[in-house]
Design a protein around this ligand. Structure first.
Ligand code: 13P
Length: 247
């Protein structure tokens, strides 16, 4: 399923000073060659990171506007992101879905436009705790997948991140079996609804309380093709451990 992929989602964290230290730690870290490594700083620090981080690590934004720039106060367009050297954008993150209120259709528009501007997309899906407890995990993930699939024609530029909401920032990581089960289901959904080729070539990564201690067991699972890391990505050495958990 392509190269192992590890993304660091820094969310709304950091200062010029703390980010300069994190970049120095990442530049010093010994990272396995055969892994795609991407970090997503807050917008205002992307240029600082681009200027100082080794080219070995690519840069992602954490959001982008649904279309071409213009009179959209407070938004950042995909073309501005490519202009400053960003290669990726995270879309559909649970914090944007459930804290900010983005819906599937809005997220789908962002995906279509970002891909049209040659940004690659980390497309996030995942169920809330009450949805898991009422047996709706697959329904929720498949509905979110459908919205992405309706908006995406070029799957070569897409990585899917399965991030169960109950595991994000809680310290309650999914068990390797829980994650593997959903990854298999999502791959099967892609096979039936997009194509067998896309199902076998698209990387499905896991996110939610991944750290330096639990990454190795998760990485052993057949259908876990990498990670999207929040909190632990703010610590250079620990993030390097996660990158190097590739099996
Ligand atoms: P944590 O690793 O802090 O749980 O966050 C996961 C996440 O949301 C990555 O996008």
């Amino acid at each position: 399923t392509g190269k192992f992929f590890v993304g660091g989602n820094w969310k709304c964290n950091g200062t010029k000073d703390s980010i300069s230290k994190l970049v120095a730690d990442l530049n010093d870290a010994k990272l396995e060659n055969d892994v795609d490594v991407v970090v997503a700083p807050p917008f205002v620090y992307i240029d600082q990171v681009k200027q100082s981080l080794a080219d070995r690590i690519e840069i992602s934004a954490q959001n982008s506007w649904i279309g071409k720039g213009g009179a959209f106060t407070g938004e950042i367009s995909a073309e501005q992101l490519t202009d400053i050297g960003c290669k990726w954008v995270i879309l559909g993150h649970s914090e944007r879905r459930h804290v900010i209120g983005e819906d599937d259709q809005f997220i789908g528009k962002k995906a279509t436009y970002a891909l049209s501007q040659n940004l690659k997309v980390i497309a996030c899906i995942g169920e809330k705790l009450e949805e898991r407890e009422s047996g709706k995990t697959f329904d929720v993930c498949f509905q979110q997948m459908k919205a992405f699939a309706d908006s995406i024609s070029n799957w070569a530029d897409v990585v899917i991140a399965y991030e169960p909401v109950w595991a994000i920032g809680t310290g309650k990581v999914a068990t390797p079996q829980q994650a593997q089960e959903v990854h298999v289901a999502v791959r099967d959904w892609l096979k039936k609804n997009v194509s067998p080729e896309v199902a076998s070539s698209t990387r499905i990564i896991y996110g939610g309380s991944v750290n330096g201690s639990n990454c190795a067991e998760l990485a052993k699972q057949e259908d876990i093709d990498g990670f999207l890391v929040g909190g632990a990505s703010l610590k250079g050495p620990e993030f390097a451990t996660i990158v190097n958990s590739v099996t």
